[in-house]
Ligand binder design. Sequence first.
Ligand code: SF4
Ligand code: SF4
Length: 317
Amino acid sequence: MSARGLHLTPDTAGGRMKGRIFDIQRFSIHDGPGIRTTVFLKGCPLRCLWCGNPESLTLEPLLSYMPDRCIACGECERACRFEAVSGGTAGATAAIDRKACTVCGECVPVCDPKALERVGRDATIGEVMALVERDRDYYASSGGGITLSGGDPVFQPDFAAALLEAARSARLHTCVQTSGHAPWGVLARLAPLTDLWLYDFKETDPVLHKRFVGESNETIVDNLRRLHGTGARILLRCPMIPGHNDRDAHLDGIAALARELPNLVGVELLPYYDLWRAKLPRLGLSTTFPETVKPPSRETMKAWNERLRRQAVKVQG
Ligand code: SF4
Ligand code: SF4
């Protein structure tokens, strides 16, 4: 694996090429036009403090455990060769020792109530496309298709390109949701295969950007300009995080960028949501992001959108 992501060897090319995914959601209506199937690829080059999909960040699978589903049958403790589960008997729910757990997944199939889940699996292009193609009629009637999301699809560029090629061969509309933080060559490779980019822009100030997501925004903005220069269709999607990037200066920075890129499909402000917090204990993860940060009200979102509209931005939503 390169520092930038996972590259696969040529002998895995074609429908048998494997990538690592953590979810496939059918009937998505927020990941591009129409009804879509969203394929979530694992791995991301950024570390946003408010990441809505913390299970996506690493390529490595994670063990998810939901104690409220545990019926204390003890099967997981018996199945685990690494002594990484204790309890799960005599009425006490199971407890996972995350340091000892190798995420081998052997406890998962023995857990009848599905309290345990291995998040992240390898899937072939053929396997993913077989699922995606089931809803072809819905795509046709709604103007939908397939969306690659994550994580970030640029983290597995070979798999993302092969999946987009397969979707193109199947005559499906393709969307890629990305932060754009990748070598330009990755985006240039995906561009001819992508009908619509859902391109994240999280912070105008490079110093704050680095503080919020772990990297400066210079590569992201540079790639955005280059992608726009290719004639790509791009929807700029901007998560709005109260107390972090909800400054007038950032909104005006978004407007300035949008004016500079006249062929943008538009700008969509995305309200922060905090449902991701509930995922952390299940995954054995923690955060220092303040719990006091709450989703913005509809009125606040409306005011932000109005500020952009006053600056001649094509606002969606
Ligand atoms: S197998 Fe599942 S239900 Fe049984 S003790 Fe383990 S986690 Fe609980
Ligand atoms: S994933 Fe493997 S190591 Fe971890 S608790 Fe389950 S059986 Fe044990």
